[in-house]
Ligand binder design. Structure first.
Ligand SMILES: *Cc1c(COP(=O)(O)O)cnc(C)c1O
Length: 388
């Protein structure tokens, strides 16, 4: 068996250098747990960055992937496929109203790029309005809408017509959105930016302003989609209908997949105006069908809502010395700390719990949506131990 130190050495020597890594080599996962090379077990309250909504190696996903892997792995969308048709039908049954046109791709950034292209095609305009603190991905188009200068600055020359306005500021958004605006892009809960939920009135005002100006409202539901916030999609809390939705992370049960979804009323996009070699491959589609069917049939969206409310109440009631505030929606929870998050993440890991940062001072919890109360209690106990 390969030694931990050897893995570190090889990855550090050959890796891009783009990632700040935690000194842990994870090699196996089952349910809410992952194990390192030496057999140490951790409760994964990151869900692999919000991807493993059903935990790791969920039996329904494993079975679907195994069966599809020996049937047909890849076939381009220039042919029809049974699994893809099944997934479209399922997605249509999950998304509200006529959000029933889909473009399948392979990641979140690709879903954002696709959403932008759809907005430009549908409006014939180029202007984009995005929010400060937003995170939409790291390809050059998505990056220009991402806020954090650290991510964006070295690539400035790529910036198209993007204006960033303060998040949750209705007046600023109304002023920025004009008849030249192709799209407004916003997360229903800003994730990377610090776990900040969009106010319902804010999303309603964006909807209204987009209706007045003919701009497309794009919701980035890449992190919030598929039950994370206690509804299938975060925008449903505000009772609005976006024109376009960007999806990824949880959709494929761990396999790389993304999707752009838009209202059928806007019609299809022109032939050859977009494409993807791997997009809509039957393997990812089979994994997505198993994942979304399980989330639906086991009432996991509702569970994420009640477990999330419970955990947020309990965390707030602890009144921890190291915590300034607790915020979030469903099982997307942020604890704004009085100090830096990095040492807290390290201490939690020593307690056997993996969590995420969101900015410098916010601890972010994105546990699998099917986590049990007892497992959540273990997360809470570790937080109590470390932050009190
Ligand atoms: C993760 C994420 C992205 C980017 O997804 P990638 O798959 O890493 O390209 C975009 N937007 C939001 C809100 C995200 O959480």
């Amino acid at each position: 068996m390969i030694e931990t130190a050897t893995v570190y050495e090889i990855e550090d020597r050959y890796g891009s250098g783009a990632y700040g890594k935690r000194p842990t080599a994870l090699v196996r996962g089952q349910g809410v747990y992952v194990w390192d090379i030496d057999g140490n077990r951790y409760l994964d309250a990151t869900s692999g960055q919000g991807v493993a909504a059903l935990g790791h190696c969920h039996p329904a996903v494993v079975a679907a992937v195994n069966a599809q892997a020996s049937t047909l792995v890849s076939i381009h969308e220039s042919f029809y496929n049974d699994r893809r048709a099944e997934l479209y039908t399922l997605l249509d049954s999950i998304t509200p109203a006529d959000l029933s046109r889909f473009f399948l791709c392979n990641s979140g950034a690709e879903a954002i790029e696709g959403a932008l292209k759809v907005a430009k095609l549908l409006t014939g305009r180029v202007g984009i309005v995005a929010a400060k603190r937003a995170f939409h991905g790291r390809t050059t188009g998505a990056l220009s809408m991402t806020w954090t200068p650290k991510y964006r600055k070295p690539f400035q020359a790529w910036l198209p017509a993007v204006e960033h306005v303060a998040f949750n500021d209705i007046a600023a958004a109304v002023e920025a959105i004009t008849p030249e605006t192709a799209a407004v892009v916003v997360e229903s809960v800003q994730g990377e930016g610090g776990v900040h939920p969009a106010a319902n009135e804010y999303l309603q005002a964006l909807r209204e302003r987009c209706d007045q100006t003919g701009a497309m409202l794009i919701m980035d539901e890449i992190q919030t989609g598929f039950g994370r916030t206690g509804k299938w999609f975060g925008f449903e809390h505000a009772d609005i209908l976006p024109d376009i939705v960007a999806l990824a992370k949880a959709i494929g049960g761990g396999l790389p997949m993304g999707a752009v979804c838009w209202r059928a009323a806007h019609g299809p996009i022109d032939r050859a105006s977009h494409g993807s070699t791997f997009g809509g491959n039957p393997l990812a589609c089979a994994a997505a069908i198993a994942t979304l069917t399980t989330i639906r049939d086991q009432g996991i969206v509702e569970r994420a809502r009640s477990h999330g409310e419970w955990l947020m109440d309990e965390l707030a009631a602890l009144n921890l010395r190291g915590v300034r505030s607790v915020r979030g929606r469903g099982l997307m929870i942020g604890l704004e700390l009085r100090g830096r998050v990095t040492p807290v993440l390290k201490a939690l890991q020593e307690q056997g719990v993996l969590a995420l940062p969101a900015g410098l001072n916010t601890l972010r919890l994105l546990p699998p949506l099917n986590i049990s109360r007892d497992e959540l209690r273990a997360v809470m106990d570790a937080i109590h131990e470390v932050l009190d």
